[in-house]
Design a protein around this ligand. Sequence first.
Ligand SMILES: Nc1ncnc2c1ncn2[C@@H]1O[C@H](COP(=O)(O)OP(=O)(O)OP(=O)(O)O)[C@@H](O)[C@H]1O
Ligand SMILES: [Mg+2]
Ligand SMILES: [Zn+2]
Length: 501
Amino acid sequence: MLVKMNSAIVFSLEPTVVEIEILHKNGFPGFEIVGLPDASVKEAKERVIEAIKHIGIDFSLRRIVCNLAPADIKKTGTYLDLPLAVGVLISSGFINPVINLSDTIIVGELGFNGVIRQLKGVLVIALECVKKGFKNIIFPYSNLDEVSVVKDVNLYPVKELSEVIDVIEGRAVPTVYEYNFRPEIESSLDFSEVKGQSFAKRGLEIAAAGFHNVLMIGSPGVGKSMLAKRLVSIMPPITFEESIETTKIYSIAKGKINYEGGLVNKRPFRAPHHTSSDVSITGGGTIPSPGEISLAHNGILFMDEFPEFKRSVFEVLREPLEERKVTVSRSQGCVTFPANFLFVAAMNPCYCGYLWHPVKSCSCTPTKVKQYYKKISGPILDRIDIHIKMSEIEYEDVNSKQETSKEIRKRVLKAFNTQMSRQKKYNSMLDNNEVNKFCQIPQKIVPLLRKLIDKWGISMRNYYKLLKISRTIADLNGDNDIMEQHILEAVQYRNNFDKYN
Ligand SMILES: Nc1ncnc2c1ncn2[C@@H]1O[C@H](COP(=O)(O)OP(=O)(O)OP(=O)(O)O)[C@@H](O)[C@H]1O
Ligand SMILES: [Mg+2]
Ligand SMILES: [Zn+2]
């Protein structure tokens, strides 16, 4: 008997629904899979036969032929083990389907003992399942946490082959799993632990509010790394939509990273080491998996000791910083991963670190200092809105009381809501036309801007950046119009390093 099953595979972030035809016939024993299976799919037959044997049925002397469609797409991974096993059992008459197979997607990796193992990317498959109008999805129980947020489809999480038979023969009920999305906002690291540095803290508040990229620059031990690690704690909580996007990436990267499953409920913070390879930053591999910049999607990518990174890393960062996604090329074409991160870089002001130090003296020659800045100058620096120059803290700061992350986050959240209701995106993401529309300048501050452009030589690109930062400052202050004080504050976070370029 010929049986048709539906399953799916995920390649990078792209799901493909796969139709499997299974034919059980008389003849020389064997198990053939056609329709562009790769080695991992071909190996499924061993797992299928053993798993079926485990429930007391021996298929080793039968002849089974399976066809995978669409035939022109390479089938990779272990997603198809379970539908193959179910198809074999149905086509040979061992089980009688009650559930409508044409409405059902089945995915799962089988162990020899019939146990169904966790897969990568099941959230992506489940979302595709809904999009394509399927009514049921049978999938590994250990993927339930991430899949449970998917609405409008019956969920059948399964732990072993015998449970799947119950579902197919209509003895199981779909799992009702009321998923309550609760973003985590409390963090063990708090801004109040950082003494002084009010200029830097305000810069980070502006960055968090408008999703502006930041560069912190200062002598060793002033608190750059400390502040970067606390930036997530003042950002608006991750939204449900953002969480789904980020979870899809984590679901694909499972195994490579420390991710337990379930929705990602806080903004990611990724801090790759400066010895990281280009591929670990951008993603890639034979089966492309996301890199650090995509794992930081909707969160923070922190590059500490920024000039220490390889030159090639600066090159590969350009596209994602501009486009908020990354394209990874491979032999059979390109794949794209989202990479919308808030970029935070930290560095010393020179090789020895003491260029600006009030007491210690810098041992670098002016040429060496220039060389140091050359590494970060140009296209990358252009893509960083906020430049924060940090200095040593003062004695009064040591025992002073500091604002908590919660207090700062309140202002950030207000500014975030203002931006969303005005333009549905962060200020940093406005294009030039939108800047002209949303960052209008009252007539009375035109002279100030004229001075900035004519006397200080601010470029057009920097002018737009300045307006966007000013817009964020106005939003933080709850002001409708951009005013002189906002521009003057914004200027302080721009162009600190021009003289080194
Ligand atoms: N403003 C501060 N308030 C409280 N502690 C601080 C502050 N600045 C630095 N520290 C202390 O100094 C340590 C080093 O700070 P941090 O690692 O953030 O410095 P850094 O600027 O990143 O230095 P480096 O350039 O060496 O990486 C922190 O772990 C913290 O204990
Ligand atoms: Mg540091
Ligand atoms: Zn120096």
